[in-house]
Design a protein around this ligand. Structure first.
Ligand code: ADP
Length: 537
């Protein structure tokens, strides 16, 4: 919803900087003049001290914060510096077992699936209210742990989280089956029932937003949950676990485990008493998760995976507007978006003008401390991701693409990378085929629509696409021809709770958000009753 507000404002102000979006509301620090990234000053300064304490670091099982069975902890780091924020209890197989027992009891014995749908709805509304009330603390923790812009989290993501939870609170008492006119003297109906204990695994790029995407529909349908957060970003979900309790969510209905993928994550996927899995993350890990599910109890799996989304700028597009949106589509969230518009295809008639303007826009991008109001870009999440992005940049140079700007780290500490733009990119270069997950824009040239459709589809991914054109016939052609789960036409990254999201091809299975996600968390029972008096059929 909030991103829609942003983009509609952009359409009236195509040449303006996105920096204005992050100024104003909820800022915990004084706004300072935004500095261009070519000045390393903001990063050389001491990082701004976050104004919260980390209170919740244990595992959340059966409504309580508890130690990990092994007693082990792991550090969670500040991406601005690489320094330790806190040590967090490390969940492993035993802890997953405890959490699944709690979730199973809450499902089989506890009140949750048996509670009236209206009561469940009220609990979800209360969770949303409490998250809204604690916006500042949550946004501060999230920024500290992930390097995401404070303004983005506080004014875009948390309102989206609240909207998601309210949206699914609204669904809870509107889920029902059908009466089916089958042939024969039978009354036939379907019951839409929760699946049971749901295992959910989320990534680090939108930690709390993914938490809400996952628990919202699962809970609305009456399931119970064991959720593993990403090892890079455990803090915000633990804070919200306390709010779940405060909202009156019965114990064991949601259990939150911090820990690593191959240990806690794999144990959850292989568990024989977990009835369904939902995962957001990389395509490779998605494959592992499916095989763990298949090799245990054949639990159904929803996957939201990687992407290499084309952003297509047609010959009739408003160039300034398209440049701004293409910039946003790629650089938003430090480029760490599964649906980032990471292949910018531009028609040859406007290519040179577009490249020049895209370069100028990247040079204007303000990079620095994510707590500082006015900055548009913070650090990458971790040293691994930072190194990976720099490696892709080197490969772009080596493969002969033209480095228009950026291409290096920014400052000397933390994981900041200069906004990078490549032109003259060819389809077979690694920067055009692989998901980079960083602030690296690749601009490719095309001649005609059929050609760009073929090239845009020539990928294993199929998550999203952007198309910029003023011609309705062109828009209609692209919306049907592109094999992706979401197409944004003359906009990008519109993420309302009601809009389904998911991938074609190796970008995933199933849909999240909207009414469609409810299907992933329900099973259908057919009930056939013999009719005593068939005359009334
Ligand atoms: P990234 O490489 O960007 O961290 P992943 O897809 O590996 O992306 O991670 C997303 C989530 O998947 C994280 O919560 C991570 O711990 C989890 N994960 C990673 N490997 C596994 C695995 N083998 N089994 C289950 N979960 C995993």
């Amino acid at each position: 919803m909030a991103i829609r507000m942003i983009t509609s404002r952009l359409s009236h102000s195509s040449s303006s900087s996105l920096a204005f979006l992050f100024q104003g509301r909820n800022s915990r620090v004084a706004a300072t003049a935004a500095l261009r990234y070519t000045t390393a000053a903001p990063i050389a300064q001491d990082p701004i001290k976050p104004s919260v304490n980390v209170e919740y670091t244990k595992l959340f099982i059966n409504g309580q914060f508890v130690d990990s069975t092994s007693g082990k902890t792991f550090p969670t780091l500040d991406p601005r510096t690489g320094e330790v924020i806190a040590h967090v209890d490390e969940g492993d197989v035993e802890d997953i077992n405890r959490a699944v027992v709690a979730a199973r009891n809450a499902f089989d014995e506890g009140p949750w699936p048996k509670m009236s749908a209206y009561e469940r709805s009220k609990v979800l509304f209360r969770i949303a209210d409490l998250i809204e009330k604690h916006n500042d603390e949550i946004a501060t923790l999230e920024t500290w742990d992930s390097g995401k812009l404070y303004q983005q989290v506080a004014t875009i993501e948390i309102p989206m989280i609240v909207r998601i939870l309210r949206y699914y609170a609204g669904w809870a008492d509107k889920i029902h089956g059908l009466t089916v006119p089958a042939d024969g003297p039978y009354h036939v109906q379907t019951l839409h029932e929760p699946i049971g204990v749901v295992g959910q695994i989320i990534p680090w790029n939108f930690p709390l937003l993914m938490f809400a995407w996952k628990i919202g529909p699962a809970l609305a349908c009456g399931n119970t949950v064991v959720l593993k957060t990403a090892e890079q970003t455990p803090l915000s979900a633990l804070y919200v676990s306390k709010l779940l309790q405060e909202a009156g969510l019965p114990e064991g209905v949601v259990n939150v485990i911090s820990g690593f993928g191959p240990t806690a994550g794999a144990a959850l996927c292989s568990h024989m008493d977990v009835d369904k899995l939902a995962f957001t993350g990389s395509t490779d890990t998605g494959k592992t998760i499916m095989s763990l599910a298949a090799n245990s109890n054949l639990k159904p799996v929803t996957l939201e995976l990687g992407g290499k989304s084309p952003f297509i700028v047609c010959e009739d597009a408003d160039v300034d507007q398209a440049v701004e949106f293409a910039h946003f589509a790629l650089f938003f969230n430090q480029g760490q978006c599964c649906c980032a518009g990471s292949r910018t295809y531009v028609h040859e008639s406007i290519y040179d003008e577009f490249v020049e303007k895209a370069k100028a826009r990247a040079l204007k991008r303000t990079v620095g401390d994510p707590f500082e109001s006015g900055n548009e870009q913070g650090p990458q999440i971790s040293s691994e991701q930072f190194e990976k992005v720099l490696k892709y940049i080197r490969s772009g140079v080596e493969s002969g693409a033209t480095l228009e700007t950026g291409g290096d780290r920014l400052g000397t500490r933390g994981y900041y990378i200069k906004p990078t733009v490549f032109s003259n990119v060819k389809d077979d270069m690694l920067i055009a085929t692989d998901e980079i997950f960083g602030p690296v824009q690749s601009i490719l040239k095309f001649k005609d629509h059929d050609e760009v459709i073929r090239r845009a589809n020539a990928t294993k991914y199929g998550l999203a696409a952007g198309v910029f054109t003023k011609n309705i016939d062109t828009a209609n052609t692209f919306m049907r021809a592109l094999r992706v789960g979401t197409i944004w036409i003359n906009c990008f990254d519109i993420f309302d709770a009601a809009i389904p999201f998911g991938g074609y091809k190796m970008s995933g299975q199933g849909r999240e958000k909207g009414e469609y996600s409810l299907k992933q968390y329900l099973q259908v029972k057919a009930v056939v009753t013999s009719l005593k008096n068939p005359a009334w059929l």
